[in-house]
Design a protein around this ligand. Structure first.
Ligand code: UDX
Length: 436
């Protein structure tokens, strides 16, 4: 089977490589010549555990190709996945210009029955626009070529993307025809060996599932952050509350961790987009508006605690930040709580020393030189008045408290992910703040 994936961003590159790993012939297409050149040389533009080896292996086996030429590639593929970006435009809605550009090229060039599958997260109703764009081009050509559109949302978690793709909880495909359904079934069959997990729906439902799933997960987090903040006022411990409620199987244990807010390329954007879609349809998503509001506030919570601790006197303090990426195992800093923290601390006149195992270059690119980049976690903590844990990378889990006590100006920890043991810190002579 031959397929093309348009867009070699996070979703496109991971999906293409995983399909190739299953023996499918995959051509990854991108308009960015520089990116394609780098990929051809085996350079991976993103950090994702296991991806580099898998790309190299499949390129070597002749199953994974990279090109900027979508037109030629459309001649000999059965399925085209569109995984191009949908950056938010000024009013926060997804900008569909790349998605529709792919549809246009598809309509201008297909010679035989082909399916255009949208993998990018797009607002409900986009498939209709994609279909109309293709039809328009076919009419312009004056030719009749059979095609189908489908929606196949992606549920990859950064840092675990390969595992998520290879052994998915479910694969959702929205289609309008039996023919497309059969081809999509065949394509995903190798990923279903340990049980059938394909869910076929109509197209709008598939588009909606992605937003509803991310919004539900974001809701759990904001709910727990709200509970955590209340726990502090009433003397309860959110970790105990989490265990207590999570063992109810209807609630479940996952995604109940309070912290300094959710970030990343999906939750913040998708929650806002669903609120917008509702507005455009004359409906108000009250719960989601609160989810978003709570999260914006939560990203400032460590700063507020610090301000309270020092009675508003932050000027001249040195603050060490451990963790910059929005979560461990990625260099992604999109919507990361660390960005909000750095801005607030710098504006308050603090010296900010940072360390992240992977995201240092990304941080330099985003934030520039108003902060100090350190070579390791202890270098960051050196002479700091306070240490803030923002991203729970494994290497931060069991620090050498004795060394930290020696090198820090003051033994004070703000734990934004609740990974440390309060008693242990007290025994080691540290002041300790956490969330909830
Ligand atoms: C998410 C979805 O999980 C994935 O299915 C979808 O396709 C894309 O969006 P990702 O953005 O990679 O994936 O991150 P995820 O691991 O879900 O974490 C999102 C954010 O929530 C992180 O900032 C994380 O720190 C935070 N989080 C997660 C919490 O604060 N508490 C939790 O209990 C879980």
């Amino acid at each position: 089977m031959n397929i093309a994936i348009v867009g070699t961003g996070y979703v496109g590159l991971v999906s293409g490589t995983c399909f190739a790993e299953m023996g499918i012939d995959v051509t990854c297409v991108d308009i960015d010549q520089h990116k394609i050149n780098r990929l051809l040389q085996g350079e991976i533009p993103i950090y994702e555990p296991g991806l580099e080896d898998m790309v190299k292996r499949n390129v070597k086996a002749g199953r994974l190709h990279f090109t900027t030429d979508l037109t030629t590639c459309l001649n000999n593929v059965e399925v085209v996945f569109s995984a191009v970006g949908t950056p938010p435009d000024e009013d926060g809605s997804a900008d569909l210009k790349y998605v529709l550009a792919v549809a246009k090229t598809f309509g201008q060039n297909i010679k035989k029955y082909t399916i255009l599958v949208t993998k990018s997260t797009v607002p409900v109703g986009t498939a209709k626009k994609v279909k109309a764009t293709i039809q328009e081009e076919l009419i312009r050509r004056g030719e009749e070529v059979d095609f189908d559109v489908a929606s196949n949302p992606e549920f990859l978690k950064e840092g675990a993307a390969i595992k998520d793709f290879m052994t998915p909880d479910r694969v959702v495909v929205g289609t309008e025809s039996e023919r497309a359904r059969k081809i999509m079934s065949r394509l995903y069959k190798p990923f279903m060996l340990s049980g059938e997990r394909m869910i076929f729906t109509d197209i709008p439902s598939a588009e909606m599932i992605k937003y509803a799933a991310n919004s539900m997960l974001a809701t759990r987090i904001s709910f727990m952050n709200d509970i955590a903040n209340l726990c502090e006022s009433v003397g309860a411990d959110v970790n105990m509350v989490r265990k207590g409620i999570g063992s109810d199987t209807r609630i479940g244990k996952k995604f109940l961790y309070a912290g300094c807010g959710y970030g990343g390329s999906c939750f913040p954007k998708d929650v806002k987009a669903l609120i917008k879609t509702a507005e455009q349809n004359g409906y108000e998503m009250k719960v989601l508006k609160a989810v978003d509001e709570v999260n914006e506030k939560q990203k400032q919570i460590l700063f507020e605690k610090l301000q309270k601790h020092y009675h508003g006197e932050l000027k001249g303090r040195t603050v060490a930040l451990w963790g910059l990426a929005f979560k461990p195992e990625t260099d992604d800093m999109r919507e990361a709580p660390a960005v909000v923290m750095i801005d607030k601390l710098a504006a308050a006149g603090c010296t900010v020393k940072v360390y992240d195992p992977i995201a240092m270059d990304e941080c330099r690119r985003r934030i520039g030189d108003k902060i100090i980049y350190c070579k390791d976690m202890y270098d960051a903590a050196m002479d700091a008045d306070v240490l803030m844990l923002v991203t729970e990378w494994k290497e931060f889990r069991v620090p050498d408290w004795r060394t930290l006590r020696k090198i820090m100006k003051q033994p004070l920890i703000f734990d934004g992910r609740n990974i440390y043991d309060r008693e242990e810190l007290w025994v080691n002579g540290f002041g300790y703040y956490c969330i909830g």
